[in-house]
Each structure stands twice: as structure tokens, then as C-alpha cells.
Ligand binder design. Structure first.
Ligand SMILES: [Fe+2]
Length: 208
């Protein structure tokens, strides 16, 4: 067994190697146990009409806080699935809230980003920061809404994204902020969004 560097945190990283796994046990004492879960077995409780139930239908694990409805942290995934909502915008909608959202892409393509969000990539939206689908995703969803909004859609079998959501504001390290991998043009994914609001448009009235 060897060990180097120091045990610091907040900007300091340590590494260690050993000849055995600490998870290789037949019993565990205490409230916390290592557990390996196959994310492909997770089943989101999907909407079949027009709304998105709360808490998130994609929550795999949650850590409750003393505040009802406000978890310390949620672990959420966005797995392959059918989307069958009617008369509504299918991709994750634009929003900002009190939660801090760190999400990443494990494989495939994330449904709300058409460009520059690759497997291994991650994004961090801190509390009250507006965010949502990029322009290409919005435009495609807008066309679907006009042409086939009642048709089922398929989120690719080859995709898997995840998110940690917490009301506690995470701190970014100096190493992260100075990383050459940061996409400093990220905000431009929304720069070309066009205004589509039409006060005379009444989709529900037309379809009834
Ligand atoms: Fe969000």
C-alpha cells in the first residue's frame, strides 16, 4: 500500500492505492453501506398528460432535510424512455429555482443540448440561475409542437445523464475554475433564441 500527497480538501487532491477494496466486506456496521446500483434498472414515473409531477420523476436517491419538500440533495438520472405528453413542450423547460444543479452526461446525447455537451462533460447551474434547452433543441421542439405534439417521442436508448440537486450552494475549486476544459462560451447556447410568443395563438381552443 502506498500513499502520497496530503489529505486536504477544497482545492487539494489526494490519491491512494491499496491491494484490496474497502467495499469487499460481508457485513457493515452503521447507517451507511456501499451499494452498487445498475442505473438501467431505474424506472421514471412518467407523465401521460401534460404535467411533470413533483418531486422529480427522475429521482433515484434523495436525502431529506428538516424542511418538507426540500431535500439536502437529490440524485437524478435522465434515462432512455418514451415521452407522451400532449399540447406541451417536451424538453426540460426553462426555469430557475433555489436549487443548485450539477449535471453530467455519461453516454449518448442529452435531450436538452444538441451541441457541445459531450459524454464526460458536466454543467453547474447555481441557485436562481436561469437555464434550459439550447436554441437547437427549442427550435426542434417548437416544430414538433406544431406538427405532432400528441405523438409519442423516444429518448434514445443510448443516452444517460445524471444530476445532483441541492439547496446548499457548492463551492468551486480554483483548479476547476482554471481548467482548460471549461466551456467559456456555454452561455452562447441560448444567445440565438427567438421570440415566439403570439398573443393570438390559442392551441387548446383550436384542438377542442
Ligand atoms: Fe435545472
Amino acid at each position: 500500500m502506498s500513499r502520497r500527497d496530503h489529505l486536504g480538501n477544497e482545492g487539494h487532491i489526494f490519491s491512494a492505492t491499496q491491494e484490496f477494496s474497502p467495499f469487499n466486506v460481508v457485513a457493515w456496521h452503521g447507517n451507511y453501506v456501499p451499494y452498487k446500483y445498475d442505473l438501467s434498472k431505474f424506472c421514471p414515473i412518467n407523465a401521460v398528460s401534460f404535467d411533470h409531477p413533483d418531486p422529480s420523476i427522475f429521482t433515484v436517491l434523495t436525502a431529506n432535510s428538516s424542511i418538507p419538500g426540500c431535500a439536502v440533495a437529490d440524485f437524478v438520472i435522465f434515462p432512455p424512455r418514451w415521452t407522451v405528453s400532449q399540447h406541451t413542450f417536451r424538453p426540460p423547460y426553462y426555469h430557475r429555482n433555489s436549487q443548485n444543479e450539477f449535471m453530467g452526461l455519461i453516454k449518448g446525447m442529452y435531450e436538452a443540448k444538441q451541441d457541445n455537451f459531450l459524454p464526460g462533460g458536466a454543467s453547474l447551474h447555481l441557485c436562481m440561475t436561469p437555464h434550459g434547452p439550447d436554441t437547437a433543441t427549442f427550435e426542434r421542439a417548437q416544430q414538433m409542437d406544431d406538427s405532432c405534439s400528441d405523438q409519442p417521442g423516444r429518448i434514445s436508448q443510448e443516452t444517460l445523464a445524471f444530476m445532483f440537486e441541492t439547496h446548499m450552494t457548492p463551492r468551486t475549486t480554483a483548479q476547476a475554475l482554471s481548467s482548460p476544459c471549461i466551456d467559456r462560451d456555454y452561455y452562447k447556447c441560448w444567445a440565438s433564441l427567438r421570440k415566439h410568443f403570439d398573443p393570438a395563438y390559442e392551441p387548446l381552443a383550436k384542438k377542442q
